[in-house]
Design a protein around this ligand. Structure first.
Ligand SMILES: [Zn+2]
Length: 284
């Protein structure tokens, strides 16, 4: 199993990491798990983008969906992802680096406001999203073909940096191939003042998917998804509290707001939690 080194090389920046909510959707808790939960109730799936800043660099992680797709899928869009990043001081027109965790509709749609960006994407994700697996409706359901085609165009425009496995994109910022949810999903490991922080994205949608464990039902390989939970623990250097799920509404109450005005919208993930993380990780 992969385990992150205790410390990065001297001089590695301690990055600030933000989660910013751009939309949500109400659904039943049952719908979040492969193995059904007897305690069913209405719950919310939150949609986030993440921002990493430090060492003179800014990385945006994922770019969500836009109005048309929100309408088509009956999702609540509170603000465009490109507007969400502005809330923490990032001008989308100047962003040079976007990590795309995977090509599902809720992670890669708001591309045009980022004209200068280069996209860091696993080669296996592009192969999956454009290959034979997409002949199967259940596997292509969470993709939007127009968004995928935008990424094909980005390849032809020299705007995609293909990663195969693990890559250090800047000192202290790594992506790791995880798989499971999609063939090429990757998670981000970033050095912060509290050690390695892992932006899991959909490698675990909710705390409970990984903590129970009970995988999310949109999946191309259940075994790889379960293996991925071990990889995420290792990426966090064994401190599971530093793993951030991709869609859990609890993230917004467990970490401090980025500012008073941004309460319930944006939090600082590199800051000490203000909620009890041992509860969400089901530790006694
Ligand atoms: Zn996904």
């Amino acid at each position: 199993m992969y385990t992150a080194p205790n410390t990065p090389p001297a001089g590695t920046p301690e990055y600030e990491v933000y989660a910013i909510k751009y939309g949500d959707h109400t659904r039943m808790r049952q719908d979040n798990f492969i193995f059904k939960d007897p305690h069913d109730e209405a719950t919310t799936i939150d949609f986030y983008v993440w921002v990493i800043t430090g060492g003179g660099r800014t990385f945006v992680v994922d770019i969500g969906f836009e109005e048309q797709e929100a309408k088509a899928r009956d999702r609540q869009l509170h603000r465009l992802p490109s507007e969400a990043v502005r809330l923490v001081g990032v001008d989308p027109a100047t962003v040079e680096d976007i990590i795309v965790t995977h090509l599902h509709y809720d992670h890669c749609g708001d591309m045009s406001p980022f004209p200068k960006a280069r996209f860091h994407l696993q080669e296996s994700e592009m192969n999956y999203a454009t290959g034979k697996s997409m002949t199967h409706q259940p596997l292509r359901h969470a993709y939007n073909v127009d968004y995928v085609v935008n990424f094909v165009r980005a390849v032809y425009d020299d705007r995609v940096n293909f990663v195969d496995g693990v890559s250090e994109l800047a000192p202290g910022i790594f992506v790791h191939h995880i798989g499971g949810h999609t063939a090429g999903i990757q998670s981000v490991r970033v050095w912060t003042r509290k050690g390695w922080l892992v932006v899991a994205s959909d490698a675990t949608h909710f705390y409970d998917n990984m903590a129970i464990p009970n995988p999310f039902p949109i999946v191309c390989h259940v075994g790889h998804m379960l293996d991925g939970y071990d990889t995420l623990r290792g990426m966090a250097g064994g401190n599971v509290h530093n793993v951030i799920p991709g869609h859990d509404p609890q993230v917004l109450s467990l970490f401090p707001a980025a500012s008073k005005e941004l309460e319930g919208i944006a939090v600082r993930l590199d800051a000490d939690p203000i909620g009890d993380l041992s509860k969400v990780w089901r530790e006694s």
